[in-house]
Design a protein. Structure first.
Length: 214
């Protein structure tokens, strides 16, 4: 049975909503130090201006999701994970990841994530170098008005520092460069695509050296 939930402006140190089924989940302007939404079924998820420390949406399912102006604080490397998450319930569904804000240590991983209708997904105003896209098709997602704040992915910069221990590899980085570049080339944005080709070549060149140091 679906339930509506109103947690707008609530504050949590640690919360678990695993396997819950929400009609409309209102988490606008809420603050979570650590929260788990694994296996949650959302008909509509509202996370406008929500603040996250560490959050997992692994195997979550969304009909509609708003993550506009969400902030990811400096709590841990990899602030958010969407492993095997699905945005596939209705044909007119949408997923907004607009104007996201990141602390110095955070990035987001979409791993085996399904966007059934990618033309309804928006990264307007969000710097996509803060993401990893692994086994996730983003070729037809709109990156119009997305930001490309750096020639290198954030996690690529982390991997360059042997003192930083994160459970990621240069292969993950290379895959993400290839997927973002493919999206941009498909949309004839060759200048932007060239920046991600540069990052890909840097990752391939550096992989053996930096992984040896670890």
């Amino acid at each position: 049975e679906l339930m509506d939930a109103d947690f707008a402006e609530a504050e949590f140190k640690k919360a678990e909503f695993n396997d819950a089924r929400f009609g409309e989940g209102d988490f606008n302007k809420a603050k979570f130090d650590e929260v788990y939404f694994n296996g949650v079924d959302f008909k509509k998820a509202n996370f406008y201006e929500t603040r996250f420390g560490k959050v997992k949406f692994n195997k979550a399912s969304f009909e509609e999701a708003e993550f506009e102006e969400v902030g990811f604080e400096d709590v841990d490397f990899t602030n958010a994970k969407f492993g095997s998450a699905r945005f596939d319930k209705v044909e007119i569904g949408k997923a907004d990841f607009k104007q996201l804000e990141f602390g110095e240590r955070g990035f987001i991983i979409f791993s085996s994530t399904l966007f059934k209708n990618p033309h309804f997904v928006s990264f307007d105003g969000t710097d996509v170098t803060n993401f990893l896209f692994l086994n996730t098709d983003i070729e037809r997602i709109s990156l119009a008005n997305a930001k490309f704040g750096n020639s290198l992915l954030r996690v690529h910069v982390f991997l360059r520092d042997p003192r930083v221990e994160i459970n990621r590899t240069f292969d993950d980085v290379i895959e993400t460069y290839v997927r973002i570049r493919g999206n941009l080339e498909r949309n004839l944005r060759f200048s932007d695509a060239g920046r991600f080709f540069y990052g890909e070549m840097e990752a391939r060149r550096e992989r053996k050296y930096y992984e040896y140091l670890r």
